[in-house]
Design a protein around this ligand. Structure first.
Ligand SMILES: [Zn+2]
Ligand SMILES: [Zn+2]
Length: 656
């Protein structure tokens, strides 16, 4: 779980996440929204979760207490504890305004060294302690004048941020709550052996480690404008943690990493994904990119718990970065993550804060959105007047006034979209399309593109019947529509257990009478995969399915379709306990040579084609795919273009 790290020395001038090469716009005043303009306000389709009247199984927990405000890097530092005043106050005010009850709070306490050492080096913890007592030493392990200066009591304050996220995860694992929100958490740049970018101990990585110690698989979603480099690095080699970060490109912003080609290695290849955005990307590009990738990635990975980081610094008014995201889009993103936790992770969700340097106009609204999603409360459109009155003076004093009237922003944050923003938004969608090819198996992509089955929770109201009800081990149980279609009879297929029968062609009527073993084919949930294949079989896309069946359960499967002129191989898989016996090769040969005459075939294999639960090493996967395809008469070569550049092991294959 740990990786070694190097400690870099660096001169000590403050640089506050310096942008490199990008022109930085001064903070802009928020747009004033005249009452008659209400109809122009940008309202993306709401995900169905935070409806009034839907009650969470257990009330969510807000992680906040006296320790939260002691993480204080000094006067004038952008990551100011002053944000807790208006931020926590707004969470309470909107909860009351939306009719929510009293908030369950969990106060952070310093995590013991035994827990910090899950991801941090013992030597580094000692350095932090030393600075804690003597905050004037020379620059060491990332601590010193600049981004992460020493301060008295630094160790305990930092350990308390870590402790808040760890205790929140513990509460989720115990079943005390489904959702916890830790606004003071999200210190995602901290590395095993050094502080970085305002972050001393990596609380999201530690919360993930807590879940991993319990054997759970974790999806981490990082919405901060800066790449979530610490969390990615710490869990880089662990195939049980999938990290997805959307951020301003490392070419123009700290920490200079988070490119599409960072994909993980070995067995963990395909568990690291990054969506770098060009400066000027607006809410359309940012949210569009996230929606393109996140639902299908979650469906394919099948996490047991979701951890997300909701840094508010992607906002158009943030003084340290150059994206043009709105609180509207941040709210939609929070609800999307929440919905994904319910559909694919049994509801288990820890949300943290993160960056965000417009502490009065932006951060409180971003936090409120994450909290309202977790509390299943409908976001109010207008901010409570009393909240605005309480914080107007302080906001004015710190140059972040006037306070907005609305929780959501005006379209495009009130900025005129220009040619460069249009280009950045287009680029965001192109980047997302590329990452989707690398992250999502061909079968799941085809299902989405051809309308067979959608991982997108926002478009799928069928998955919501179970919301709010106990879901048990929901990560393995689909709560969606039933797995049979009306009007299709289900003739039984029987074979003695252990004897495998290969069916060259499976039709819909046969399919509904079969069970599907785990880990045969994407998505991760067998019930979801069954629905997908059934929908494919009843589509007009000439779908062909061959199956290996043992005792009424499908233990091997091949799926192809011919939506255009050529036939596409979309998926091939065998259950773990049936592998290494030549079954996949036999299935593929019979599928390709079936009684359908000669057809031209295409196949493309990226690192998305893998067993998400027990992945083999990347090289082994590639060798097996090549051998199987060649054994079935395909000519196999390396993928070219952007896919081949990002994933040098990607293959393309043709036959006929
Ligand atoms: Zn940030
Ligand atoms: Zn919920």
């Amino acid at each position: 779980m740990r990786m070694t790290s190097r400690t870099r020395t660096r001169s000590g001038t403050p640089r506050w996440y310096s942008t490199r090469g990008a022109r930085r716009s001064p903070p802009r005043s928020p747009p004033r929204l005249p009452g008659f303009a209400l109809g122009r306000r940008y309202r993306p389709a709401r995900c169905p979760s935070p409806r009034a009247g839907i009650v969470p199984r257990v009330e969510p927990i807000l992680v906040f207490g006296p320790w939260s405000e002691r993480y204080d890097l000094g006067p004038g530092h952008p990551l100011t504890p002053r944000r807790f005043g208006p931020g926590i106050d707004l969470i309470r005010a909107v909860t009351a305004a939306a009719g929510g009850g009293p908030i369950r709070e969990l106060p952070p306490e310093p995590a013991p060294d035994t827990e910090l050492r899950w991801v941090h080096d013992a030597g580094y913890i000692e350095v932090v302690r030393r600075f804690s007592d003597q905050p004037f030493g020379s620059w060491e392990a990332g601590i010193g004048p600049g981004d992460t200066p020493a301060f008295p009591g630094m160790h305990d304050a930092s350990a308390a941020v870590a402790g808040g996220s760890i205790r929140a995860m513990a509460a989720i694992l115990r079943g005390d709550t489904d959702h916890a929100v830790h606004p003071g958490g999200g210190l995602h740049h901290a590395m095993p052996g050094r502080a970085s970018g305002f972050c001393v101990y990596d609380d999201p990585a530690l919360a993930i480690a807590k879940a991993r110690l319990a054997g759970l698989r974790v999806l981490y979603v990082d919405l901060d404008v800066h790449h979530g480099d610490g969390v990615q690095a710490i869990h880089l080699d662990d195939p049980g943690v999938l990290t997805l970060s959307i951020h301003q490109s490392g070419r123009t912003l700290f920490p200079g990493t988070g490119f599409v080609g960072e994909l993980g290695a070995g067995t963990a290849a395909g568990t690291v994904f990054n969506l770098p955005m060009e400066p000027g990307t607006g809410e359309r590009g940012w949210l569009g990119a996230l929606r393109t990738v996140l639902p299908e990635v979650a469906a394919t990975f099948g996490p047991d718990v979701v951890v997300s980081q909701h840094g508010a610094d992607a906002h158009a008014w943030d003084p340290l970065a150059n994206l043009r995201v709105t609180t509207t889009a941040m709210g939609a993103a929070a609800r999307l993550v929440h919905a994904i936790a319910h559909r694919w992770a049994g509801g288990r969700w820890l949300a943290t804060g993160g960056g965000g340097y417009d502490a009065y106009r932006v951060v409180p609204r971003a936090w409120a959105h994450a909290w309202l999603a977790a509390a299943h409360l409908e976001p109010p459109s207008r901010l409570p007047a009393a909240w605005r009155e309480r914080w107007a003076g302080e906001a004015e004093r710190y140059g972040q006034a006037p306070l907005p009237e609305w929780l959501d922003d005006e379209a495009n944050a009130g900025l005129r979209p220009d040619g460069s923003q249009d280009a950045a938004d287009r680029r965001a969608i192109e980047t997302a399309a590329l990452v989707r090819e690398l992250a999502v198996p061909a079968l799941v992509r085809a299902a989405g593109d051809l309308g067979w089955w959608r991982a997108s929770v926002e478009l799928d109201a069928g998955g919501w019947s179970g919301l709010g009800a106990p879901v048990g081990d929901g990560s393995r149980v689909a709560t969606g529509t039933g797995d049979t279609a009306p009007g299709i009879a289900a003739p039984g297929i029987t074979a003695p257990d252990g004897v495998i029968e290969v069916l060259d062609t499976v039709d819909a009527a046969t399919w509904v009478g079969l069970d599907l073993a785990s880990q045969v084919i994407a998505p991760a949930s067998p019930a979801g995969a069954q629905q997908l294949v059934l929908a494919a079989l009843t589509s007009p896309h000439a779908v062909r399915v061959s199956a290996a069946v043992a005792g009424g359960t499908v233990v091997g499967l091949v799926v192809s379709a011919a939506p255009g002129g050529r036939r596409l191989l979309l998926g091939l898989g065998v259950a773990p306990d049936r592998r290494r016996r030549g079954l996949a090769g036999e299935l593929l040969r019979r599928h390709v040579d079936g009684p359908h005459g000669v057809e031209p075939w295409d196949a493309a294999v990226t690192l998305a084609e893998r067993d998400a639960v027990e992945p083999l090493a990347r090289d082994t996967r590639g060798a097996i795919a090549r051998r199987l395809l060649e054994g079935a008469g395909f000519e196999v070569g390396r993928a070219g273009g952007p896919v081949g550049d990002a994933d040098p092991g990607a293959l393309v294959a043709h036959r006929g």
